[in-house]
Design a protein around this ligand. Structure first.
Ligand SMILES: Cc1ncc(C[n+]2csc(CCOP(=O)(O)OP(=O)(O)O)c2C)c(N)n1
Ligand SMILES: [Mg+2]
Length: 352
């Protein structure tokens, strides 16, 4: 016979929901060598300057459609992807994807050319900002449907396990996407089948104009995997060394066959949601205060200073990046648009 429902407050004390579960180690902040730290700095400055330039080109009408910038979030992609094995592991993300491509060492010229819709672009100029893709790097997009990349990421993880290729999938999504239903179906399957997937919530505090606290009953997003037995870790996403440290822990967990893990990266986007965001939902002071107190590039600069890297050495990197970005913009402006015949190619998914 079914047990009568107990009135609230009178139930016997519940046992812990998930007893005797193994938990990952608390991550330790990564101890980077001077070379590694300089490389993190270089990549983060590249992303920042690239995105600023993309914003300018958009303003000039050279980039059309949607364009979501990654400024403020640089430490996330750089810290996480620096720990992956390019070509073995796969990466998938949403539409805010330029930084993830750059962090993978993909040529800024062909990323910028994609933004301006040129044939030399990484998706042949037909994907644009939201649909960057590189089979060679196992970088599977660039997706405009909020949350869809999470299910696809579980599928990529399934592929790694099925083929036994030793790879894992890093599936990024936002704090807004974390409230999407399919995310939890993907979580369930991923844990049930112990898929090698690192789910990464880039919590930049806003989903378009809605803050996390307005939209999320549980705003500690790293807990969102708990009911699926997926362990979660909250990470300072403005500190590239903390991010890299968390990546090490997550990779160790996932590669050793323990199944998925969830990382919540606390970060912040400085610019609007997209280029057409009037930004009425937050104050200028809030943004300025984040820039002043928590900027991820300033933080790496301080680390570099502490180990004796001079201002001049950093300026030399900045100069180099300026040239790389200027060349990428020139290339993206001058290279030809796709041929009209390309209108009818790549429309359906083919073998890849
Ligand atoms: C299924 C679906 N619903 C709604 C949208 C419209 N939309 C685009 S971005 C976005 C907000 C997502 O925010 P978040 O996941 O936090 O990512 P962020 O933009 O902050 O990187 C919404 C609602 C969409 N693209 N797809
Ligand atoms: Mg967000």
């Amino acid at each position: 016979m079914a047990k009568a429902v107990q009135p609230r407050g009178e139930e016997a004390e519940a046992p812990p929901a998930t007893p005797n579960r193994e938990r990952p180690q608390q991550p330790v902040r990564f101890e980077a060598t001077k070379e590694q730290l300089l490389e993190f700095y270089r990549q983060m400055v590249l992303i920042r300057r690239f995105e600023e330039k993309a914003g300018q080109l958009y303003g000039l009408g050279l980039i059309g459609g949607f364009c979501h910038l990654y400024i403020g979030q640089e430490a996330v992609a750089v810290g996480l992807q620096s720990a992956l094995e390019v070509g073995k592991d796969s990466v998938i993300t949403g539409y805010r994807d330029h930084g993830h491509m750059l962090a993978y060492g993909i040529d800024p010229k062909i990323i910028m050319a994609e933004l301006t819709g040129r044939a030399a672009g990484i998706s042949k100029g037909k994907g644009g900002s939201m649909h960057m893709f590189s089979v060679e790097h196992k970088f599977y997009g660039g997706h405009g449907i909020v949350g869809a990349q999470v299910s696809l990421g579980a599928g990529l993880g399934f592929g790694h396990k099925y083929k036994g290729d030793g790879g894992l999938c890093l599936a990024y999504f936002g704090d807004g996407a974390a409230n999407q239903g399919q995310v939890y179906e993907a979580f369930n399957m991923a844990e049930l089948w112990k898929l090698p997937v690192i789910f990464v919530i880039e919590n930049n505090q806003y989903a378009m104009g809605t803050s996390v606290n307005r939209a999320s009953a549980e705003d500690q997003l790293y807990l969102r995997g708990e009911s699926f037995r997926i362990p979660g870790i909250q990470v300072d996403g403005m500190d590239v060394l903390a991010v890299r440290g968390a990546a090490e822990t997550a990779i160790e967990w996932t590669r050793s066959g323990k199944g998925p893990i969830l990382l919540e990266l606390k970060t912040y986007r400085y610019r609007g949601h997209s280029m057409s965001d009037p930004a009425k939902y937050r104050s200028r002071d809030e943004v300025q205060s984040m820039r002043d107190k928590s900027d991820p590039i300033d933080a790496v600069k301080r680390e570099l200073e502490a180990i004796g890297v001079t201002e001049d050495e950093m300026k030399a990197i900045d100069k180099d990046i300026k040239t790389i970005v200027a060349n990428a913009a020139d290339f993206a402006e001058q290279s030809p648009e796709p041929d009209l015949s390309e209108l009818h190619t790549d429309v359906l998914v083919e073998t890849y």
